[in-house]
Design a protein around this ligand. Structure first.
Ligand SMILES: *[C@@H]1O[C@H](CO)[C@@H](O)[C@H](O)[C@H]1NC(C)=O
Ligand SMILES: *[C@@H]1O[C@H](CO)[C@@H](O)[C@H](O)[C@H]1NC(C)=O
Ligand SMILES: *[C@@H]1O[C@H](CO)[C@@H](O)[C@H](O)[C@H]1NC(C)=O
Length: 171
């Protein structure tokens, strides 16, 4: 199963959204805390493989996943749903170390940022790199830029991935 996002570095959900906004001259730096929940199992999968690798590359070079993962306030399935992580993740590494180019939007559907979104471009691996670039946004996040630090929380039961996000956004 492809867990585009799920690798330790994954992307997926929000909730505490807490955050602290500090007003500076014109910018705000907001700290967002949430959890991305991905389910690779059908029915009800939030992530699917739409293109399989056409090579014998062990890492699956060229495969492409599409996801519409849940953003929740907490790491449990019953915690408040605050948005979605929608995007694609092609596998882009020819080496044995798998790597995905993640292109996605965090779309907030509840709370203070309901209706706003953040655009993320990132490189995700199974091994490590847990920092992702925030390159833009809409609504309250217009002109956003920043970064997110991710922590892999859980990969069980099989096919279910939970990743914690701490995002720092200037907007
Ligand atoms: C899939 O979602 C439907 C609708 O929410 C639910 O009734 C069903 O139990 C889910 N199936 C699984 C395997 O989670
Ligand atoms: C990709 O390969 C898997 C495993 O062989 C298969 O189950 C799946 O249907 C394939 N998906 C596509 C889009 O070809
Ligand atoms: C979020 O915003 C939409 C559009 O304005 C609105 O319809 C919806 O009720 C809001 N959701 C919450 C939970 O406030």
């Amino acid at each position: 199963m492809a867990y585009y996002w799920s690798f330790q570095a994954s992307l997926l959900f929000l909730l505490f959204f807490v955050a602290t906004s500090q007003a500076q001259a014109r910018d705000f730096t907001t700290h967002l805390h949430f959890f991305v929940h991905e389910n690779d199992n059908s029915p009800n999968a939030t992530a699917i493989t739409v293109v399989n690798s056409t090579t014998s590359n062990p890492g699956g070079f060229g495969s492409i996943g599409v996801f519409d993962d849940e953003l929740r306030e907490g790491s449990t399935a019953d915690s408040k749903l605050i948005g979605r992580a929608q995007g694609i993740a092609p596998e882009v590494s020819l080496s044995s170390q798998m790597a995905w180019l993640g292109l996605l939007n965090f779309v907030f559907t509840d709370g203070e940022y309901n209706g706003s979104s953040l655009a993320v471009v990132c490189r995700a691996t199974l091994e490590g790199a847990t920092e992702r670039s925030i390159v833009g946004g809409t609504g309250k996040f217009r002109m956003a830029r920043g970064y997110a630090i991710t922590t892999f929380v859980s990969g069980a039961p099989a096919g279910h991935f939970i990743v914690e996000y701490n995002a720092y956004v200037a907007h």
